[in-house]
Ligand binder design. Sequence first.
Ligand SMILES: *[C@@H]1O[C@H](CO)[C@@H](O)[C@H](O)[C@H]1NC(C)=O
Ligand SMILES: *[C@@H]1O[C@H](CO)[C@@H](O)[C@H](O)[C@H]1NC(C)=O
Ligand SMILES: *[C@@H]1O[C@H](CO)[C@@H](O)[C@H](O)[C@H]1NC(C)=O
Ligand SMILES: *[C@@H]1O[C@H](CO)[C@@H](O)[C@H](O)[C@H]1NC(C)=O
Ligand SMILES: *[C@@H]1O[C@H](CO)[C@@H](O)[C@H](O)[C@H]1NC(C)=O
Ligand SMILES: *[C@@H]1O[C@H](CO)[C@@H](O)[C@H](O)[C@H]1NC(C)=O
Ligand SMILES: *[C@@H]1O[C@H](CO)[C@@H](O)[C@H](O)[C@H]1NC(C)=O
Length: 488
Amino acid sequence: MVQILVLTALAAVLPLITAQQIGTQTPNVNPSLPTWKCTTAGGCIQQNTSVVIDWNYHWIHTVNGSASCTTSTGVNSTLCPTEAVCAQNCAIEGVDYASAGVTTSGNALTLHQYVQSNGVTSNASPRVYLLGADGNYEMLQLLGQELRFDVDVSTLVCGENGALYLSEMLATGGRSQYNPGGASYGSGYCDAQCPVQNWINGTLNTGNEGACCNEMDIWEANANATALTPHPCEGDTCDKSGCGFNPYAMGNTSYYGNGGTVDTLKPITVITQFYTTDGTTTGTLSEIRRLYIQNGKVIKNAVSTSGLDSITASWCSSSDATAASLGGLTTMGQSLGRGMVLIFSIWNDNGQYMNWLDSGSSGPCNASEGNPTLIESKTPGTYTTFSNIRWGDIGSTFDQGTGGGSGSSSSSSSGSSSSRATSVTSITSVRSATTTTASSRAATTTTASNGGTAGHWSQCGGVGWAGATVCATGYTCQAQNPYYSQCL
Ligand SMILES: *[C@@H]1O[C@H](CO)[C@@H](O)[C@H](O)[C@H]1NC(C)=O
Ligand SMILES: *[C@@H]1O[C@H](CO)[C@@H](O)[C@H](O)[C@H]1NC(C)=O
Ligand SMILES: *[C@@H]1O[C@H](CO)[C@@H](O)[C@H](O)[C@H]1NC(C)=O
Ligand SMILES: *[C@@H]1O[C@H](CO)[C@@H](O)[C@H](O)[C@H]1NC(C)=O
Ligand SMILES: *[C@@H]1O[C@H](CO)[C@@H](O)[C@H](O)[C@H]1NC(C)=O
Ligand SMILES: *[C@@H]1O[C@H](CO)[C@@H](O)[C@H](O)[C@H]1NC(C)=O
Ligand SMILES: *[C@@H]1O[C@H](CO)[C@@H](O)[C@H](O)[C@H]1NC(C)=O
C-alpha cells in the first residue's frame, strides 16, 4: 500500500515538472516525406523523413479546457504571465494536415494556399519543416554539396510564392522543459527577416525578441518568376534583401516562364550547387550554381546581360553592401556547413503583392494582380508540389549523362523506382494521388519505429509516432498521455 501511494504521488508530480504541454485531442501525426542522401561512391540512400507544420499553426489551449492560450494579437497574459505558468496552463495539439493545406504522397509534398470546407474558402498558407526519424529537424549540410528537387509551379499565379529554403534553426526546435514537443511540434523558427513571434523556441517570447538566423532561399517562385537568394546574418544583423539571382531581373526576360527556356507549365527539376574554393565540404563558399532539367535535358542557368550565370562571392559582395558587411558568401557557407533546416511554404502578400519577386524589373506580372483578394476569387486552387528531394555530393543527385535520371544508379536507392520515372509522370501521379491523402495518413500512423535515439525531453512514443522509441543513455521513455511519451 505504501509503495503504491508513493508511486501515485510521483505520477502526479511529473506532469508539473515537464509542463503539461502535449494535448490529447488531435494526435501529432507528421506526414511522411521520404528524401534521399547521395554520395558519388554509394549512390542515394532513402531517409525516413517527414514534415511538421510550424508551431503557430497548432492549437494551443488550456490543459483542462478549450479556451485558447493565444489571442488575435498575441498570448493570453492571464494564462501565460511567465514561461513556467504558461507551460503549466497550456497544451499544444497535433494538426490535421489536409485541412491545413498540406498533403503528401510517396516522395511528393503538395502545399495549397487556400482550402475549402463546406463551400467556404479559407487561407491556409502552410509552412512546414523536414523532420528526421529521431524527432529532431533533419540538418542539411550543403557546403560543397548540391540539392535537387522536382517542382510543379504551373498553377502558381502572379503574387504567389512557393518556397523551398533553409534557415539555421536549432535541430531540436529549442526543446526544453517548457517545450517538450520541440521540433516534432514545429517550434524554433527563425529567418533573416528576424520575425517577432508570440513564441520563441516554443516558449513565451517574453522579451519580444526577433528570431534572426542565416537563411538560404533556394527557391522562391511562381509560374512567372523565380529567385535564388542567400541572406547571411551575423548575430541579430541580417541581410534582409540578399544578393539574389532572378533571371528576369538580371535581364534575361524570356528564360523562365510559360513557354520559356525553362517552361513553367511543365514539371521542373531544380539543382543548386554550393561550390567551395578548395572543393571540400569545409572550405570557403565561392559560388552558388543553378541547373535545371526538363524533358530529359540539362538546361544551364540563365546568362545575365553582364554575362553572369551564377552567384559568385565577388558579385554578391559588390552588388550588395549589406552582404559584404556581413561576410557575404563566406558567412552563408559557414552556416551551410554547420547545417540548416529545410523549409517549404506557400504564401502571398497583402502589403506588397509579391512585386519584389515578379513585377516591375523583377518579372512580367502587373503590379496589382498579386493582390491576395484577387487570387482567392480567381484561382483559389493555386498550389505547388515539391518531390524527389535529394542532396549530397556534387553530381550525385541526378544523371549527368542523359540528364533525365533522378539519381545516380544505385540499388541502395530502394523504393525510388517510381520516383525515377520521368518528372512528367511523377507529377501526374502526384496530382491524382492528392485525393488519397486519408489513406496515406492512416498508413503513417502504423509505420513502425525507424531507428535513431531520442534525447532528453524528446518524444519517444504515442499514437501516430513513427520516430525513435529508444532514449539516449540516462533517460527512459515515459508515457505522458496516449499521444505522447517522452524521454525523462
Ligand atoms: C484569457 O484567459 C482567461 C482565463 O481563461 C479568460 O478569462 C480571459 O477572457 C482570456 N482573455 C482573452 C483576452 O482572451
Ligand atoms: C487540470 O485538472 C487536473 C485534474 O482535475 C488538476 O489537478 C490540475 O490542477 C488542472 N490544471 C490546471 C492548470 O488547471
Ligand atoms: C533558443 O534556445 C537556444 C538554446 O537552447 C538559445 O541559444 C537561443 O538563443 C534561443 N533562441 C532565441 C531566439 O532565444
Ligand atoms: C538567357 O540565358 C541563356 C542561357 O540559358 C542564353 O543562351 C541567352 O542568350 C540569354 N538571353 C539573354 C537575352 O541574355
Ligand atoms: C503568368 O503565368 C501564367 C501561367 O503560365 C500565364 O497564364 C500568365 O500569362 C503569366 N502572366 C504574365 C504576366 O506573364
Ligand atoms: C492589372 O491587373 C488588374 C487585375 O487583374 C487589372 O484590373 C488591371 O487592368 C491590370 N493593369 C494593367 C495595366 O494591365
Ligand atoms: C527507414 O526505415 C526502414 C523501415 O523501418 C529501415 O529499414 C531503414 O533502415 C530506415 N532508413 C534509415 C536511413 O534509417
